[in-house]
Design a protein around this ligand. Sequence first.
Ligand code: X2X
Length: 337
Amino acid sequence: MNVNRRTLVLGAAAVPLVSTIRFAGAQTAEFNYKYANNLPLTHPMNVRAQEAMDKIREETSGRVSIQIFPNNQLGADTDMLSQVRSGGVEFFTLSPLILSTLVAKASISGIGFAFPSYDEVWPAMDGDLGAFVRGEIEKSNLVVLDKIWDNGFRQITSSTGAIESAEDLKGFKIRVPVSPLWTSMFTAFESAPASINFAEVYSSLQTGIVDGQENPLAIISTAKLFEVQKFLSMTNHMWDGFWFLANKRAWEAMPEDVREIVAGHVNEAAVNERADVAELNATLRGELESNGMAINEPDTASFRQKLADAGFYGEWKGNYGEDAWAILEKAVGTKLG
Ligand code: X2X
């Protein structure tokens, strides 16, 4: 955790995204809740979440007021996960892989090269695989809403050179999010992975603590990582999303009919956000190139082979168990490893 940055942000009183002026009732709302996340204001996740929160306030006649704190204003992911558990924040969106530090099997949707395309992602996450993971999350005393939000297929960026094959990942100093699956994957590639929260990614790249990172195009663009990275390699090495989590006590404090309104609008926003991110994926390459990035499309065969040879798939099959692995393989339509 970068103490300076945090102190600075909190010192500036962490200005919420939502203006409370429009609904003078916000102060007197029955449920005054906070939704924290790690993404810039301009990312579709925050744009769609804002729409949902506006609709929720309207439809509950001001009884529910949810303020959005984007961009790690309330802390890095690891801190925010503690906060949503304790009730310091009521809502939080988190990658299934980072959530696996609390709910071990939650990361299963992020296995390298498991999903060939979005055509398999949404039926899986809205179907059996998602239901399996949500069941695991609920055991941990957190509430999770039905629809997972999209982060996207992840691509590798670098300041030192294009990644053309698995060979180029050897010894590569790459930032990965804080999650055993991410570390395991890049260890299998023989890279030098460093676990760093997203809050510190831009500065780690800028100061050269790491040479690269991996994220979907929508994040590379909205977090302006092109300012500190030159090469973008379209590895599509895994799909990632964001589960919309709620503190259980705060969730259950709302009456059933109010909960339904909240869940309905948040889930609707998730589905809209998926479409926004898909559109960005299709249009952002030109923008990133005009911002100076050199883009290449490596053949992914060597990456998959490397993971298989390193025993990556066998190890994770063992971690999740036969039953969970069978749900994954059915969802992605192929044997893995
Ligand atoms: O930390 C990341 O790289 C991010 C923003 O993609 C996640 O939340 C996993």
